[in-house]
Design a protein around this ligand. Structure first.
Ligand code: ATP
Length: 251
């Protein structure tokens, strides 16, 4: 078991964003978290990465309780994420954006260019090579020197994934990676996430693009008004009456 969500609840004042939600993710799975707007999906990511602490319940990662652990420690343990709204350094190159992602696992600065020790130079070289490898993985190596803001929307989304991958995650959290993508970009995103899975990385994905979710995910949890409505394979979820009623609708 990579991740165990144990009876997690989160209140924001009077709002019950999550109510007693539990699910477990196996190593190597692509696991979907779906549901209507406001169902609590991003809140779950914010609890896993400890942007907020749960009101009650536990989050267990590789058998260790990470509830309330500082966010950088959670990254060190191997959980990285992307955000619903793209958060790149728009005035920096694609390469530097990915290097920043890798920096949280290195001991010296990426940008301290004047008085660098040999060790720092070695580290920077390793970070550069790793960043180039990841840009290649997401199909952006030829754009490594382009400013992030000059990349097309789908490329920026892929750059975010490369940056999250730079700190060697064991579990990658993707928050609506296909949002705003056209069909071609979504198809290449599918290939990329499958490629990431083939490298042994477990993926937890929030997504509203149902054809993508159903094609991509091994298992899915459906949230509705902060509660777990259903869990199962794409086939089970697509045929679950409560899920059809609350979220999927009928064809
Ligand atoms: P969407 O699909 O629209 O992104 P979601 O399923 O990710 O929705 P959340 O963003 O997790 O939903 O929100 C769940 C509920 O918690 C909503 O009612 C939201 O307004 C509330 N909420 C989330 N974050 C906060 C916060 N920081 N302070 C107060 N309320 C919040």
């Amino acid at each position: 078991m990579v991740l165990e969500i144990r009876n997690v609840s989160k209140n924001f004042g009077g709002i019950h964003a999550l109510k007693d939600v539990s699910f477990q993710i196996q190593e190597g799975e692509i696991y979907g978290l779906i549901g209507p707007n406001g169902a609590g999906k991003t809140t779950m990511f914010n609890l896993i990465t400890n942007i907020f602490e749960p009101t009650s319940g536990q989050i267990v990662f590789n058998d260790s309780n990470i509830t309330g652990l500082k966010s950088y420690k959670i990254t060190e343990q191997g959980i990285c994420r992307t955000y619903q709204n793209i958060r790149l350094f728009s005035q920096m190159s694609a390469l530097k954006n990915v290097m920043v992602g890798g920096h949280c696992r290195s001991t010296s600065g990426v940008f301290s260019s004047v008085f660098r020790t040999k060790k720092q130079k070695r580290e920077e070289k390793a970070l550069t090579e790793k960043a180039e490898e990841l840009l290649d993985l997401v199909g952006l190596l030829e754009h490594k020197d382009a400013l992030a803001e000059n990349l097309a929307y789908g490329q920026q989304r892929r750059l975010e994934i490369a940056r999250a991958m730079a700190s060697n995650p064991k579990l990658l959290l993707l928050d609506e990676p296909a949002a705003g993508m056209n069909e071609k970009e979504t198809d290449s995103l599918y290939d990329l996430i499958k490629l990431i899975q083939s490298k042994g990385i477990t993926v937890l994905i929030i997504e509203h693009d149902m054809p993508l979710v159903m094609k991509l995910c091994d298992r899915i949890t459906v949230l509705n008004f902060g509660e777990k409505l259903a869990e199962g394979t794409p086939y089970e979820i697509q045929n679950n009456e409560a899920v059809i009623e609350a979220y999927l609708g009928r064809e």
